[in-house]
Design a protein around this ligand. Structure first.
Ligand SMILES: [Zn+2]
Ligand SMILES: [Zn+2]
Length: 301
C-alpha cells in the first residue's frame, strides 16, 4: 500500500485526486498549515466532499495525517507545552472529522531538561489530549526520528518508553502506535543499507517496541550517512540506504538494501508506505513520486 505526502492547497480533495493520478493506494496530508498554531475550523462542505471521496476510494482505513512540526509535547516550557496540547487536540479532532486513520507526529525535544522529564511531559500531555478527545479512533503514531541533539525518538528505547508511559497515563493502548522512517532510522544509527542489517534493525525494533504497533512507514532514502543524525530525505535508491547518488539509482544495490527487507516483509503488507521525498520532476518532466513508487514496487517482485 503506497502513498505520498501531498498538498491540500486549494482543496482538501486535491490531495486525493493527485494520489489517484499518481496511481497510489493512499495519501498523507497536513490537515492545516503546519507552520501555524491557529487553524480556521474545517468547512463542513469540504468535510462532506472529502468523506464521500474517501468512501468512494475505500481508503477509510489507510489515510495518514502528519501533525504540525510546532508541537512539542516534551517541552519543559509550560506555555509551549500547553499550546502543544491544544494543537495536538485540534490535530486529533480534525482527523476524526475527516475519518483519517493515522496521525503521525514527532515525539518532541527535551531541550532544557532531562530525557526522563521530557518523556514524562509527553505522557502527561497525552493524558490531557486523550481526555479531551475521548472515543476518538485515529491512532497517534510516534515517529522515529534522526535523533539530533535533544530530539526524542532516535534510539528504540525512547520509542518504547514514550509509548509505554503514554499507555500507562491514558489507559488507551489502541490509540497509540508507531511510524518508522527509513531515512530517520539510518541517520539515527540503525543500519538500513543492506537487507541483512535492516533485518536486524527490524528485529531489535520488534523486541523492544512490538512490530504490531507499527502503523505507518515513511519510505525515504537518506542524504545523511549512518549515524549522522541528519534528517534530509533523498529519492528512493539515490541515498545512503538504497546505495546510489543523486540522480543515479543502482537497481542492484537497491535490491540488496533495507528497502527490499521492508517490502518483502509480510508483516508490513497492509501498512501504508508513504513517500516524503522531494517533489521534483525528472528530466522528462515526470513527477519523481512516480519513479520512487515504481522503484519500491519493483522490490516486491
Ligand atoms: Zn517521516
Ligand atoms: Zn524526515
Amino acid at each position: 500500500m503506497f502513498g505520498s505526502h501531498l498538498s491540500i492547497a486549494g482543496s482538501m480533495t486535491n490531495a486525493l485526486n493527485e494520489a489517484v493520478e499518481l496511481g497510489l493506494d493512499t495519501v498523507q496530508v497536513f490537515t492545516k498549515n503546519q507552520q501555524q498554531w491557529k487553524a480556521p475550523p474545517l468547512d463542513p462542505g469540504a468535510v462532506r466532499e472529502w468523506r464521500s471521496r474517501v468512501a468512494a476510494l475505500g481508503w477509510q482505513d489507510r489515510i495518514v495525517s502528519h501533525a504540525s512540526y510546532l508541537i512539542n509535547l516534551a517541552s519543559v516550557n509550560e506555555e509551549l507545552w500547553a499550546k502543544s496540547v491544544d494543537l495536538m487536540t485540534q490535530e486529533i479532532e480534525r482527523c476524526e472529522a475527516l475519518g483519517i486513520a493515522f496521525l503521525v507526529h514527532h515525539p518532541g525535544s527535551h531541550v532544557g531538561t532531562t530525557l526522563e522529564a521530557g518523556l514524562a511531559n509527553i505522557a502527561r500531555a497525552y493524558k490531557e489530549v486523550f481526555r479531551r478527545t475521548k472515543g476518538a479512533r485515529v491512532v497517534s503514531c510516534f515517529e522515529g526520528t534522526a535523533g539530533a541533539g535533544s530530539t526524542i525518538g532516535g534510539p528504540f528505547e525512547h520509542l518504547r518508553d514514550v509509548r509505554s508511559l503514554s499507555e500507562e497515563s491514558t489507559g488507551e493502548a489502541a490509540r497509540l502506535g508507531y511510524c518508522l522512517d527509513s531515512c530517520h532510522l539510518h541517520a539515527a544509527g540503525h543500519d538500513m543499507s543492506t537487507a541483512e542489517s535492516a533485518g536486524k534493525v527490524l528485529g531489535a525494533f520488534d523486541a523492544m517496541c512490538g512490530v504490531r504497533h507499527l502503523k505507518v512507514w515513511h519510505l525515504n532514502d537518506s542524504k545523511g550517512k549512518l549515524g549522522s543524525h541528519l534528517d534530509r530525505h533523498a529519492h528512493v535508491g539515490e541515498g545512503e540506504v538504497g546505495g546510489g547518488t543523486p540522480g543515479k539509482c543502482s537497481p542492484k544495490k537497491l535490491r540488496a538494501s533495507g528497502f527490499a527487507a521492508i517490502l518483502r516483509d509480510p508483516r508490513f503488507a497492509s501498512v501504508p508506505k508513504i513517500l516524503e521525498t522531494p517533489k521534483e520532476e525528472d528530466a522528462k518532466g515526470k513527477p519523481m513520486d512516480l519513479t520512487n513508487v515504481r522503484r519500491l514496487r519493483g522490490l516486491m517482485e
